[in-house]
Design a protein around this ligand. Structure first.
Ligand SMILES: [Zn+2]
Length: 387
């Protein structure tokens, strides 16, 4: 089935403008045109008169959704992809937590199997390994027993199992063997990010100079900023090629910390991620993140053991609403941070904007910025109230 729709909306956010009264035409899974209704004779196949058409969200850091955790089971990956479209996400990078090598290899194989399967919902764009090469002092909710120094041969085994679907690895650049590991990962075409790290400014800067391109959830799981020891936070903020992840649930970060990142980096280097765990989309209660027990209270997920924040239950539509309603960012900028910015940072040059020639991945928000409909490759995969 090839997706073709002509969708009439109240407004469409293209890279250059907020176009009122638009029609987005998708032919054979590809955006053909975004034009004013008055410019075209053709009638729409669907209409969302109050809807705002934006590019579909791209989540580069997600551990689970709706009771399904990223791991060795391809069915769960497919379930995440199929369910998460209700939050407007059209592409995702399933993300592991630190685990023994056999489990990471199994996650690689599961990703390859899920990508190969003909499934509905969001596209599974590649696996992200968050660790296990992380600093125990900045472990957050990562299992301390699974943490270890970087090992190129382990990465190779996961990459082989993933069969071309390993996209990214997060490590702490101060660990023994990190620079050799970064080189090997870059040679394989992988994206490398720095996180759960106590690196000093110089070590982090060297890592960024040698191919580490993303700071994983900036501020969280990092040594705090000090004016004489700016550390990895300072290095991430001043290195202009680095894209920083931000978790904008307003629990992980003070609004002022978000504003600091925006003013230092510009929105084009600030990428919204959810870091969502399997409890996301479910009621408060007891859950797990890898081997760690987690309790979710008022939507905030913490380790039972020590109360550390343990991922989030944030959704992308919520992340956008928080930026617009609580931080005062304009909608096009907030949307860009969840679409074009992750597309560029994660190497997806066929999506991320409402632009002719790109994939027909479109999310329709209503006026209060909740998701009304989600379109992947020209196919409507979610419509509110039609579950
Ligand atoms: Zn995470």
């Amino acid at each position: 089935m090839t997706g073709s729709e002509r969708v009439a909306v109240g407004q469409a956010l293209t890279p250059s403008q907020q176009r009122a009264g638009a029609i987005v035409t998708i032919e054979d899974e590809t955006i053909e045109a975004v034009e004013a209704r008055s410019e075209t004779e053709r009638s729409p196949t669907r209409a969302y008169p109050d809807g705002i058409a934006i590019p579909g969200f791209i989540d580069a850091h997600v551990h689970g959704y709706a009771g399904n955790a990223v791991g060795s089971d391809p069915n769960k990956l497919v379930n995440i992809a199929e369910e998460v479209v209700e939050t407007g996400v059209t592409s995702l990078f399933p993300t592991t937590v630190s685990a023994p090598q056999n489990e990471l290899v199994a996650a690689g194989a599961a990703t390859a199997a899920a990508v190969d399967r003909d499934h509905d919902g969001a596209s599974i764009a590649g696996l992200h390994l968050e660790g296990p090469y992380l600093n125990v002092d900045q472990r957050g909710a990562q299992d301390p027993d699974a943490l270890r120094d970087p090992a190129v041969e382990e990465l190779q085994a996961v990459a082989d199992a993933a069969d071309g679907n390993l996209a990214r690895v997060t490590l702490a650049p101060e660990l023994t063997g990190a620079s050799e590991f970064v080189k090997a990962a870059r040679d394989q075409g992988l994206i490398v990010s720095a996180g759960h790290s106590a690196a000093d400014f110089e070590t982090a800067t060297t890592a960024f100079d040698t191919g580490v391109s993303i700071a994983t959830h900036l501020y969280n799981g990092m040594t705090g900023f000090h004016h004489r020891e700016p550390g990895i936070i300072g290095a991430s903020l001043v290195h202009e090629d680095v894209t920083v992840e931000l978790i904008t649930d307003l629990q992980h970060l003070h609004p002022g910390a978000i504003e600091l990142a925006l003013s230092a980096k510009g929105p084009e280097r600030c990428m919204l991620v959810t870091d969502a765990i399997a409890a996301t989309g479910l009621p408060d209660g007891e859950y797990s993140l890898g081997e760690m027990d987690v309790v979710v209270e008022d939507g905030t997920s913490r380790l039972v053991e020590d109360g550390s924040l343990a991922g989030s239950t944030l959704t992308m539509d919520n992340a956008i609403r928080n930026l617009v309603e609580e931080i005062g960012l304009d909608l096009p900028t907030a949307v860009r941070m969840a679409t074009d910015v992750p597309a560029r940072a994660m190497g997806l040059d066929d999506r991320g904007r409402l632009e002719p020639g790109l994939r027909g991945d479109v999310t329709i928000l209503d006026e209060d910025l909740t998701v009304q409909a989600t379109i992947v490759g020209g196919e409507v995969v979610y419509e509110r109230g039609q579950a």
